[in-house]
Ligand binder design. Sequence first.
Ligand code: 1CP
Length: 368
Amino acid sequence: CCLNGLNLHSDFPQLRNDTFLRAARGEETEHVPVWCMRQAGRYLTEFREFRAGKDFFETCQSPEACCELTLQPLRRFGFDAAIIFSDILVIPQALGMDVQMVAGKGPTFPEPLKEPEDLQRLTAKVDVGKELGYVFKAITLTRHKIEGKVPLIGFSGAPWTLMSYMIEGGGSNTHSKAKRWLYRHPEASHMLLTMLTDVIVEYLLGQVAAGAQALQVFESHAGILGPVHFNEYSLPYLRDIARRVKDELKEAGQDVPMIVFAKDAHYAVEDLSQSHYDVVGLDWTIDPQSARERTGGKVSLQGNMDPCALYAPKERISDIVKKMLEGFGTRGYIANLGHGVYPDMDPENVGAFVEAVHQHSKQMIKKI
Ligand code: 1CP
């Protein structure tokens, strides 16, 4: 009935395709499951039409809109999982920060954190159910409307990635304002990361209670940290999140796979494979075979085709997918891109990617 004091939703339609969940646990499958980061996005005409004239975060706050946008890519392609339509920046909003999505510019914080004193502006004890209940509602609704076709993934940004947005005030190439804090204000940095971690843990548990069947944590800005800073400001918090979420889930008798995606953190692949996550997501800068060797079968792997390979002709995509499958092997593997689909990509090529994963992997598995 309960998870961390939260009401566990049940009575969902029975899951008909659990390939993604089995692969996450390293179990046998008939084909390699596949989904794409940003599979709900602007490369789809129906997405652009639906979003036209609507504010981005208002869209995120509407459970019906999130449900529709989550389901759109499933109507076109044979994806083996869906990811709830939302954004990682709903957490800074829940902490009391103003975040707007500015057309042509991306997410913008009119009043970013500048100095440690600014931490006092943040809500000390966030009521996650109240501030982010709209995400939980979106998950419950979508889990019903998905009709058991595929599992639904919930997600959160990781502490360092969220911290960097809160200080930079938006996207950045250098992340120098946020990194300045790491060098100049290490204590305040740890304070902020701890605050974020506490909210993220509750937020992820709330998503499971609402119906999420897997969880992904996005450390999208890992690459800007070197190994030393990653070990101090990212990894301990990623570990803490997985351990705390897993402990609570275990107590509630829930088995929900967790995925960590630390973009451009190839130096940390061994550590990530021992950080309590079931799956390590990889970007395209790491070779599949060496990722396997370095993680030694301890976890499942997810990724990692260069998104730009979707610009290639379809036959070429098929060849690239075949090589990728041969590199990772078909067991304990979830095919994905190494980052999200870009808005100018051809949906047909996304379809070709999905088809190629299914077709080649079925043949490879038959031969074993
Ligand atoms: O108007 C629009 O539609 C804007 C484009 C867009 C979309 C489709 C944004 C703005 N966010 C999203 C949805 C989203 N964001 C999803 C759900 C959809 C899906 O994946 O199918 C998810 C999982 C995210 C997560 C997210 N948001 C991340 C982590 C993944 C990653 O890309 O590394 C990050 C970094 C963000 C911040 C963000 N939101 C949007 C943009 C353009 C950005 C990046 C800004 C920047 O740093 O430049």
